[in-house]
Design a binder for this molecule. Structure first.
Ligand SMILES: [Zn+2]
Length: 326
């Protein structure tokens, strides 16, 4: 079993902090700090890109964010949790990196609160884009199982207007800013039903949100339209359509190159195929869980997605939809 997942710890800690600790003392007690790593150095006036994250006592809290910085303005991918202190250090850190250029656009990769909680911190001249299903899910409220711990259900109440994206898209969307061409593409029924991938063409950087979990079985929000079939298809699409030199910034792990993405796809394809073959042989789900997956994949199990959860995700989708994917 592997280290656990940043998302799980972060959701718990930040939810607790939000409820019980005033913003002023949170700064002293947990001392979250804004961190950044430059992924692309600007060539002349060209764009640069940064991975951003929040750290407390040396540990990362919550997801990776991505910032494109150009002389013509910035584009930020994802907004972290709603906590006001997080909002304060995030917006401060972003404006410092933009060095006077405006933050033009925020893009949310999917609805989960560690990616969209901070939308309300960005307003005014900054537009916030998300897939149309993300806006609907946030506006209606929803619940989901297994995002914090296996089997545990959590509720996400309906959001008021200031916590919602102001712009939505269905299949694809694009923006030119400061010499960079930014493409946003929807990949259906993967981690959720509203996943967006953000491509910075010139910088060669792709933000993939929670589609990719380096070295781990994927977390799939089956209550909100996520599927194993769609996730594997989404990763195949990225392999087929993104440039060979692209680097992929993941929601909760390291930055991957094409080879890393291929290794992740190999795991998805192989484990999905294994479970389907056993079902086709007439094996019962409980028996497949007991046998386990081929030993080659055992290191991919995590606290958030142990092997049995991944097997059941694959098998129950197959049973529920008659085998054709959703
Ligand atoms: Zn997520």
């Amino acid at each position: 079993m592997k280290r656990n997942t940043v998302l799980a710890g972060a959701l718990c800690l930040m939810a607790t902090l939000s409820l019980f600790v005033p913003a002023s003392s949170l700064a002293q007690q947990a001392a979250p700090v804004f961190k950044s790593e430059q992924l692309v150095e600007p060539a002349g006036p060209g764009p640069s890109a940064y991975r951003l994250w929040i750290e407390s006592s040396g540990a990362q809290l919550g997801p990776n964010l991505l910032l494109l910085a150009t002389a013509g303005g910035g584009v930020l991918v994802d907004t972290h949790f709603a906590h006001p202190y997080i909002g304060q250090i995030l917006t401060g850190g972003v404006s410092k990196l933009l060095a006077g250029a405006p933050l033009r656009q925020v893009v949310a990769t999917h609805y989960h609160p560690d990616h969209t909680g901070g939308i309300g911190h960005f307003s005014g001249d900054t537009s916030v884009l998300a897939h149309e299903n993300v806006r609907r899910t946030l506006a209606d409220g929803t619940s989901a199982t297994g995002l914090v711990r296996p089997g545990e259900r959590i509720d996400f109440p309906a959001r008021s207007a200031d916590g919602l994206p102001d712009t939505t898209f269905r299949d694809a969307w694009a923006l030119d800013v400061g010499g960079e061409h930014v493409r946003v593409v929807h990949l259906p029924h993967a981690h959720t039903d509203g996943d967006a991938v953000v491509v910075f063409e010139q910088a060669g950087i792709v933000a993939v949100g929670d589609l990719i979990w380096p070295g781990e079985y994927p977390s799939i929000d089956v209550d909100n339209g996520g599927t194993a079939t769609g996730l594997a298809a989404a990763v195949k699409t990225l392999l087929d359509t993104m440039p060979a030199h692209a680097r992929f910034v993941t929601g909760h792990g390291r930055v991957l190159d094409q080879a890393g993405l291929q290794a992740y796809h190999n795991m998805l394809a192989s484990t999905i195929q294994h479970v389907r073959a056993r079902l086709a042989d007439g094996a019962r789900l409980d028996a497949i869980v007991k046998e386990g997956l081929p030993a080659a994949w055992s290191t991919w199990a995590s606290d958030l997605v142990p092997e049995d959860v991944w097997i059941r995700t694959i098998a129950e989708e197959r049973t529920a939809d008659g085998g054709g994917g959703r």
